[in-house]
Each structure stands twice: as structure tokens, then as C-alpha cells.
Design a protein around this ligand. Structure first.
Ligand code: AHM
Ligand code: MG
Length: 339
């Protein structure tokens, strides 16, 4: 029997972070430690999601979050795991979570220089059906002399020093990018308990005939949005076929597919949700950074670059169109402007 060739030189997330740190002479190791704490929260959340049906974690918690969404038991657990990991990392001063009305200020870490924004379990309405959900995160470095105030986080995504997401699917996938850097994807090896670098320097296809949007909202869309999506349903020159529709209803899963296969993902602002549905700070901006660093684009419903959008409040929402460079450019070129 031929012996399986064993790779004894694998790049774990821990090793990757150490190597990244060594590229920066001025680095103190704080950012690396913060990422280790993030990594632990992803592993824990992945573990509980996998066991949810077995240990009675399905269904509602009986509460609602800051903006009135019903919370699932796992929303609450995911948030608690995340908060504990950030608090005890010693490197996180401020934490904005979709599940917390106010920004959490960790006074026990007054010298911590980082702020984290997150949606601990995005797409949680899919949880009980075993559909992929994920964690979205962004990291800001606080300004010198920071007072540790929530208002300091009303920043555009272009200020993020790192961002990414984890998708809890057939396996847990972690995608991370640093400011001005490449995008790297890791796969959780459950036996080792480590994220392993499997997708080095991810670059998304420049175009692809796939669109991803909740068409059930088309009644509320502005005319221009209706026209744009309608235009995708006729044969295109290149293939003689119309676009394919793919919509999971979990942003991380739709985004991960779009990153790998290309295409466009959108959640436009509409007449029912004039500001859109997805949150600027911890959903749109981190994703936009990943997409741009992978060679794609992301804009809001006014066709402004998503990374320049400044929220007025930590939970503000925005319309979003993101995906392959050419696909988003097509939307921008149609001059589709929705307020
Ligand atoms: P959530 O943060 O409450 O889970 O909502 C965000 C999710 C995204 O993952 C997904 O893209 C979108 O909501 C789906 O919304 P809809 O069900 O309206 O299509
Ligand atoms: Mg969400």
C-alpha cells in the first residue's frame, strides 16, 4: 500500500500571524495576541454550532437584540463567547457587536489599542436548518490619546487595519485580510484544532454570470434596481445564456461563494428598508475590505465606494453591491442611484 505523502510543514493561522508580525519591525505582538483571541472565539462558535441540535441549542432565546431582531440561543452564546474572548485578550478596548446595543468598553484594559467590530453569528435565521452561518469581524487601531468612547468608532471601513469572516459550513473557513494586504483563507482541521492555510492570496474572478439577491424584495426595489436585475435574465453575449441566481440568505456563505466563483452579491436599499438591511460597521465594511483586497469592488446603493461610507451610529445600515470587479462596474455604469 502506497504511503500517503504527509505534509509536515503546514502553515497554521498561528504560524501565519507570527510570520506576518515579523514583517513589521515596529510590531509589539498586541495585534497577534488579539488575533489569537479571535481565533479561539471562532473555534468555540464552530464547536457549538456543530453540536447545537444535540445539546438543545436550537431555537429562540426568548429575547430580542438592540434593533428588535429575535435572538436565537446561539446568537446569545456566540456573542457571549466573543465578548469573553475580547475582554480577556487584554488587547481590545472597545467592542461593537450586533447583539449589544451599546459599544462595550473594557476598562480593565485601559492601555489596549484595538477596537473590534463584529457580528458573532450572521445569518442566524438559517441556523436550525443546518445552513452555513458565519462570524464577521473588523479591527480598528485606536488613535493616540483615545478616550475609549463609542463615537471614536464612527469610522469609514478604509480605517480598518484588518477584517474578515469565518463561515461555519461543511468545514469552518476563515478568511482574513490586513490593510493593503492580500486575502488568505484557512480551513479548520478539527483533528488538529487548527486553522490551516488552504487558500493563499485569494484573487476573485474578474467577472462571472452569477447574481445573489433576495428577489422576494423586488416589489420594494426602485425601478433602476428592478431593471438591472431583470437585465441579467436574458442571454448574454459571451455565453448566450442568462445569469444564474444563487441566494443562500447568509451573507458570509453568499460572500464566500462570490469570492471563490465570482459574480455579484447585493442587498439594495429599498422602499421598505430605505437604508438597506446590512450594517455598515460590522457587516458591509469588513466584507468590502476583503472584496477589494481580493480584486473585487463594493459600493453602497448610491454607488459610493463602501469603504468610504461613515456610519452616523454604530448600528447604521446601508445598501450594498459587492463582487467581481467587472460585475460591480456594470452596476456602477448603469448609473443606478438609489437613496
Ligand atoms: P442577521 O445579522 O440578523 O443574521 O441578518 C443578516 C443576514 C445576512 O446574512 C443575509 O445576507 C441577510 O440577512 C438575508 O436577509 P433576507 O432574509 O432579508 O434575505
Ligand atoms: Mg448580521
Amino acid at each position: 500500500v502506497a504511503q500517503e505523502k504527509i505534509n509536515t510543514d503546514i502553515v497554521t493561522l498561528t504560524r501565519f500571524l507570527t510570520e506576518e508580525q515579523s514583517k513589521h519591525k515596529e510590531a509589539t505582538g498586541d495585534f497577534t495576541l488579539l488575533c489569537h483571541a479571535l481565533q479561539f472565539s471562532f473555534k468555540s462558535i464552530a464547536y457549538y454550532i456543530r453540536r447545537a441540535s444535540l445539546i438543545n441549542l436550537s431555537g429562540l432565546a426568548g429575547s430580542s437584540n438592540s434593533t428588535g431582531d429575535d435572538q436565537k440561543k446561539l446568537d446569545v452564546i456566540g456573542n457571549d463567547i466573543f465578548v469573553a474572548a475580547m475582554r480577556t485578550s487584554g488587547k481590545c478596548r472597545l467592542l461593537v457587536s450586533e447583539e449589544e446595543e451599546r459599544c462595550l468598553v473594557f476598562d480593565e484594559n485601559p492601555k489596549a489599542r484595538y477596537a473590534v467590530v463584529c457580528d458573532p453569528i450572521d445569518g442566524s435565521s438559517n441556523l436550525d436548518a443546518g445552513v452555513s452561518v458565519g462570524t464577521i469581524f473588523g479591527i480598528f487601531r485606536l488613535a493616540e490619546g483615545s478616550q475609549g468612547k463609542q463615537e471614536e468608532l464612527l469610522l469609514p471601513g478604509s480605517e480598518l487595519v484588518a477584517s474578515g469572516f469565518t463561515m461555519y459550513g461543511a468545514s469552518a473557513q476563515l478568511v482574513i485580510t490586513m490593510k493593503g494586504g492580500s486575502v488568505n483563507g484557512f480551513t479548520m482541521d478539527n483533528a488538529l484544532g487548527e486553522f490551516i492555510l488552504t487558500h493563499h492570496d485569494m484573487k476573485m474572478p474578474k467577472s462571472r454570470a452569477i447574481y445573489s439577491v433576495n428577489e422576494g424584495n423586488s416589489l420594494y426595489w426602485e425601478e433602476e434596481v428592478k431593471e438591472y436585475f431583470n437585465s441579467l435574465k436574458y442571454p448574454i453575449e459571451k455565453s448566450g445564456k442568462p445569469y444564474s441566481a444563487r441566494y443562500i440568505g447568509s451573507m458570509v456563505a453568499d460572500a464566500y461563494r462570490t469570492l471563490l466563483y465570482g459574480g455579484i452579491f447585493a442587498y439594495p436599499a429599498d422602499k421598505k428598508s430605505p437604508k438597506g438591511k446590512l450594517r455598515i460597521l460590522y457587516e458591509c465594511a469588513p466584507m468590502a475590505m476583503v472584496f477589494e483586497n481580493a480584486g473585487g469592488q463594493a459600493v453602497n446603493s448610491r454607488m459610493e465606494r463602501m469603504l468610504t461610507v461613515v456610519p452616523e451610529h454604530i448600528h447604521d445600515r446601508s445598501g450594498i453591491f459587492m463582487g467581481s470587479y467587472d460585475e460591480v462596474q456594470k452596476v456602477i455604469d448603469t448609473q443606478l442611484i438609489v437613496n
